[in-house]
Design a protein. Structure first.
Length: 201
């Protein structure tokens, strides 16, 4: 037990200040997003700007590109969520299982195709995980900007896979953050689904 505690303490001491700031902002982002608060987007923009640099430094190029995309989507999400009168925020939506089934079947081969491309450019032992997290995160983030409740279901899987990927790359605090995101995703899905049902009623 003492060895485990000592190892965790050593790993904590290895975290950079920037990673700690990024984690705090990321937690603010997901909490605000789960509650449907538009302030999630500025917090997300700042967090992903930091992670763009951090992931590049630990040889996760797709994660770095993904966070550049997150920055763009944070601007788009802020704009899109503010298009409706503030007294009537953008409504929550839902999509049928068939919609998601078609997209999952399309995104899996796209992920494999990206791996084939990446192997010629990047040296990484985890390129498949890197690519899959990238592709599915792109799609889930777009669904979020449209306030589609099921995007949280994608994040439940993405967060666990990404948490493992970051942990084995030495980003321990970020790994723990993404594992905890699973809980936020469950909470967010329940909140958004109930909101969508209430609006439909």
């Amino acid at each position: 037990m003492n060895d485990v505690c000592a190892q965790l303490l050593m790993q904590w001491q290895q975290q950079s200040l920037w990673e700690i700031v990024a984690v705090i902002l990321a937690l603010a982002y997901v909490w605000l997003a789960a509650r449907g608060n538009r302030l999630c987007w500025p917090a997300g923009f700042a967090s992903t700007a930091i992670y763009t640099v951090l992931f590049w430094k630990v040889s996760l190029p797709f994660q770095s590109l993904l966070n550049l995309y997150y920055m763009v989507m944070a601007v788009y999400g802020w704009w899109n969520w503010n298009q409706v009168n503030s007294s009537e925020p953008k409504p929550f939506q839902q999509r049928r299982l068939a919609f998601h089934g078609v997209w999952v079947m399309a995104l899996v081969p796209i992920s494999y195709g990206l791996v084939q491309f990446a192997e010629h450019w990047f040296v990484s032992a985890h390129v498949l995980l890197d690519a899959a997290v990238l592709i599915f995160s792109l799609f889930a983030t777009y669904l979020m900007t449209q306030k589609i409740a099921e995007h949280w279901l994608y994040w439940m899987v993405i967060d666990v896979v990404a948490g493992y990927l970051y942990w084995i790359q030495g980003l321990y605090l970020t790994g723990i953050l993404f594992f905890s995101y699973f809980i936020f995703s469950v909470y967010g899905y329940i909140q958004w689904r109930n909101a969508a049902h209430s609006q439909a009623a």
